[in-house]
Ligand binder design. Sequence first.
Ligand SMILES: [Zn+2]
Length: 77
Amino acid sequence: MPQEEFGEFRYYPTPKIVVDELLEDPAAWMTLFHELLHAVSEMYGLELDEGQIRTLEVALGDAFRGNPELRLFGEKI
Ligand SMILES: [Zn+2]
C-alpha cells in the first residue's frame, strides 16, 4: 500500500480490503467504509470514480452520524 494511502481494495486474487493498522478511529472506520464503497463499485460493475466514492462516503457517513438508529440497521436485516 503506497504511503500516502490509508487503505485499499484489491479484487484479485480474492477480494480484500486493507486498512493501515496505525489509523485510529474515526479515521480507521471512514477508511474501511471508503474502501467498502470501492469494493461494491468494482464487484457490481458500477464504475464509480474517486469523486463519486468520496461523495457517497461523506453523504452516507453523515447519515449514520446524524441518525444513530441506522447503526443498528445491520443487526435487524
Ligand atoms: Zn478511494
